[in-house]
Design a binder for this molecule. Structure first.
Ligand code: ACM
Ligand code: ZN
Length: 550
């Protein structure tokens, strides 16, 4: 390996160190209770450090309800899933042998719903009688339990008497994960989902196909994964001359059964997975498997470099459309998400300009240029997905080909493009450069960071960003949410991904969930508390924000 990543990666495995309360002596139980009480008192003015910031937090002057491994969850009909998730998390946290008891009656942590609340919102009332949670839906209850989990983990199980009310600013709170440049296993993706859920995110944009690897099994086209999921080797460094490769094959893909398992895992955490099948560019791995998908039909390798390749799908041949429709037919069977991401970014038109099929299609469809040919492809795929009851989302280049406002635009080339799309009636997810590019360096000096793609985005820059700035009142309604992007050219496994995601996701989730109520004066205190939470969960995070390095 060329770089010493060990300096950067800090994989705390505190789970092993978690105290097993069952084995505690009476004396150590007494000491633990005393410490817990002292700690609670030391939370200045009994402040609670909840991230993202709830709508309102009212804490009584004294009194705490103690959550232990033996607490009982009293769940109303239909709330088994959030109850079970909380019980699992608490079992792990307390190092208990059994999960908390879940029952229909009794006292403890009670879960109910009230449909007059915001669907993802909740009210949590803590008193000596217990903790009473009312969510707008199952998801609202789940988010209340995430809040409770944070308090329990960072405040020694003591939950101050009071009332917490909460609901999100944005309905789309996403994070993207590129598993093409470096493959991440099912377990790794699940760990990523755990982190998103704990920050109250509800979308995972799963980037499944690209030039460097095709990662999803498609039964109609087995060679996509048999051939297209493996590249011979990988570029070392940024590829400035002279170029070097590592000489090591890299591959991996998900079977359809594995995809279903991940989708279910995410669903149980109220996260919708939006799959991305890239077209018409970023498709060289598919072209390696099936050269007939290209204009000139020549053999190409699964790409071993980073950047933008001229090898793209032919937009002229009908066989390309049949292929895309067959692939998407299998994709929609696996992913219940209403939105399906069709990519659309960075598609050079060099091959199309000299392709008889592309030129013939432009002529027959009355298209003036190759940009319009891309618009034709996107619109045709959109119509196809509509017949399946789905809608498309694409990177903001889809605007260039003249698509209708029925498509959702993911703004990546700048927030201004997002604003433009919103003004023109598109639903927009803000995921712009540079703020949302969590593959960027996190410090100005870059010292000790290892090789990253470039740029500089620190916690403070993310936290101070308002995605609605400069957007008219009318167009603001079209901004459905915000997302960070994790491209994995220089991120070889989930621990490296986590080191890029955390703690910046702590800043982003405030933008996503609490954009209307961020309080700069409390963020550092809250992040110190989150750091304990990250440690307790064994998640890797970058140290720079905590060290005061910008
Ligand atoms: C992108 O970063 N090419 C969407
Ligand atoms: Zn062509």
């Amino acid at each position: 390996m060329m770089f010493d990543y060990s300096v950067f990666i800090r994989n705390f495995d505190t789970r092993k160190e978690t105290i097993n309360r069952k084995n505690m002596s009476r004396f150590s139980k007494f000491v633990a209770l005393l410490m817990a009480t002292l700690c609670a008192v030391s939370v200045s003015a009994r402040e609670l450090n909840i991230l993202p910031q709830p709508t309102s937090v009212t804490i009584e002057a004294e009194g705490d309800y103690m959550v232990t491994a033996k607490s009982r969850i009293v769940a109303a009909e239909g709330l088994c899933n959030p109850a079970e998730r909380f019980a699992e998390d608490m079992m792990r946290h307390f190092g208990a042998k059994r999960p908390m008891q879940i029952s229909k009656r009794g006292k403890g942590i009670t879960l109910n719903t009230d449909s007059t609340l915001h669907a993802e919102g909740y009210t949590m009332t803590i008193s000596k009688e217990g903790i009473n949670i009312v969510g707008g839906s199952e998801a609202g209850v789940y988010y209340a339990l995430q809040t409770l989990r944070q308090i329990v983990v960072t405040n020694n199980g003591l939950v101050p008497y009071g009332v917490i009310k909460d609901e999100p600013t944005f309905s789309y709170r996403g994070a993207h994960l590129d598993v093409c440049r470096h493959f991440m296993s099912v377990e790794e993706v699940k760990e990523y989902i755990d982190i998103l859920a704990a920050h109250k995110l509800n979308r995972l944009h799963w980037h499944l196909t690209d030039d460097q690897g095709w990662r999803i099994e498609i039964k109609a086209y087995p060679e996509l994964t048999e051939k297209g999921s493996i590249r011979k080797e990988t570029l070392i460094g940024h590829g400035h001359e002279p170029k070097w490769w590592d000489g090591t094959p890299h591959g991996g893909f998900y079977t359809q059964e594995e995809i279903k398992e991940v989708v279910k895992y995410a669903e149980e955490r109220y996260i919708v997975i939006i799959p991305e099948i890239e077209m018409p560019g970023h498709a060289q791995a598919a072209l390696h498997a099936y050269p007939w998908l290209g204009c000139q039909e020549q053999e190409v390798d699964v790409w071993t470099m980073w950047g933008v390749t001229p090898e793209v799908l032919c937009a002229g041949k009908e066989s390309t459309y049949t292929f895309l429709e067959n692939v998407l037919s299998e994709v929609v069977e696996l992913f219940p998400s209403e939105l399906i991401h069709i990519g659309g970014d960075e598609c050079p038109k060099d091959r199309w300009k000299v392709c008889e099929h592309c030129q013939a299609k432009m002529k027959s469809e009355g298209l003036e240029n190759e940009e319009q040919l891309q618009g034709y492809l996107v619109t045709r795929i959109e119509k196809f997905l509509n017949t399946k009851g789905r809608r498309i989302i694409g990177w903001d280049e889809i605007l260039e080909g003249g698509v209708t406002p029925s498509s959702t635009v993911m703004a990546w080339r700048g927030a201004k493009i997002g604003a433009y799309a919103a003004e023109h009636g598109h639903e927009v997810v803000m995921a712009p450069l540079p703020i949302c590019y969590f593959d960027f360096y996190q410090t100005e000096s870059r010292e000790g960071e290892g090789l990253r793609i470039g740029g500089h985005i620190n916690f403070e820059k993310v936290y101070s960003w308002d995605p609605l700035e400069g957007i008219s009142e009318e167009a603001r309604k079209n901004i459905i949410g915000v997302q960070c992007n994790l491209w994995s050219e220089y991120l070889k496994d989930i621990k490296m991904v986590e080191g890029q995601l955390l703690p910046r996701l702590g800043a982003l989730c405030e933008v996503q969930w609490a954009n209307d109520r961020r309080d700069e004066s409390t963020i550092r205190r809250k992040m110190e508390s989150m750091r304990k939470f990250y440690d307790a969960n064994g998640w890797n995070y970058a140290p720079y924000y905590f060290e005061g390095r910008k």
